[in-house]
Design a binder for this molecule. Structure first.
Ligand SMILES: Nc1nc(=O)n([C@H]2C[C@H](O)[C@@H](COP(=O)(O)O)O2)cc1CO
Ligand SMILES: [Zn+2]
Length: 164
């Protein structure tokens, strides 16, 4: 019950807010199969950067391939920048030492290297659909060795509707 003079109830938790921002960012992705979003947050809960999976600048979304199979040169995998790496590279403010990363899909081995080297210390992820692949197994090996904590986001199933 609302009481006069007291704070509003039902506001977004920090985790809902940052994972929500990561997911919103993923909605910018042109990848027809997996839209991934990431949000980097400081130790004192300030948003530092965001990213989603996409081709590097100058590599047209309409000319480079979005396919998943066939000749590797004709698939997206050799060209796409992952959301986590984009979030790290998008940051213009200096050091990410001690920061937290919210990401909608568990980071791969290549992003794990960048996460570790950037000084990010905590990962909050939503989906882990590639957990059984060498890439994610190697990623967890490196994150464990480097002392980067990772934990699964606890979905609250809150629906957030925004009219734009
Ligand atoms: N952690 C990740 N962050 C990402 O941004 N990605 C991107 C790369 C591709 O564009 C897409 C995965 O494609 P698919 O294999 O699910 O069709 O998501 C992939 C992973 C998986 O490790
Ligand atoms: Zn990656």
């Amino acid at each position: 019950m609302d009481k006069k003079g007291q704070k509003r109830q039902g506001y977004l938790s920090w985790d809902e807010y940052f994972m929500g921002v990561a997911m919103l960012s993923g909605m910018r992705s042109k990848d027809p199969h997996s839209q991934v979003g990431a949000c980097i947050v400081s130790e004192d809960n300030k948003i530092l950067s965001m990213g989603y999976n996409g081709f590097p600048k100058g590599c047209s979304d309409d000319e480079f391939p979005w396919g998943r199979e066939g000749d590797p040169l004709d698939t997206k995998y050799l060209y796409v920048t992952h959301s986590e790496l984009n979030a790290i590279l998008n940051y213009r403010g200096g050091s990410l030492e001690g920061a937290k990363l919210y990401v909608s899909l568990f980071p791969c081995n290549e992003c794990a290297k960048a996460i570790i080297q950037a000084g990010i210390k905590t990962i909050v992820y939503d989906c882990d659909k590639y957990a059984d692949t060498p890439s994610v197994i190697a990623s967890k090996k490196m994150l464990d060795a480097a002392g980067v904590r990772y934990y699964k986001y606890n979905r609250t199933d809150r629906e957030i509707t925004i009219k734009v």
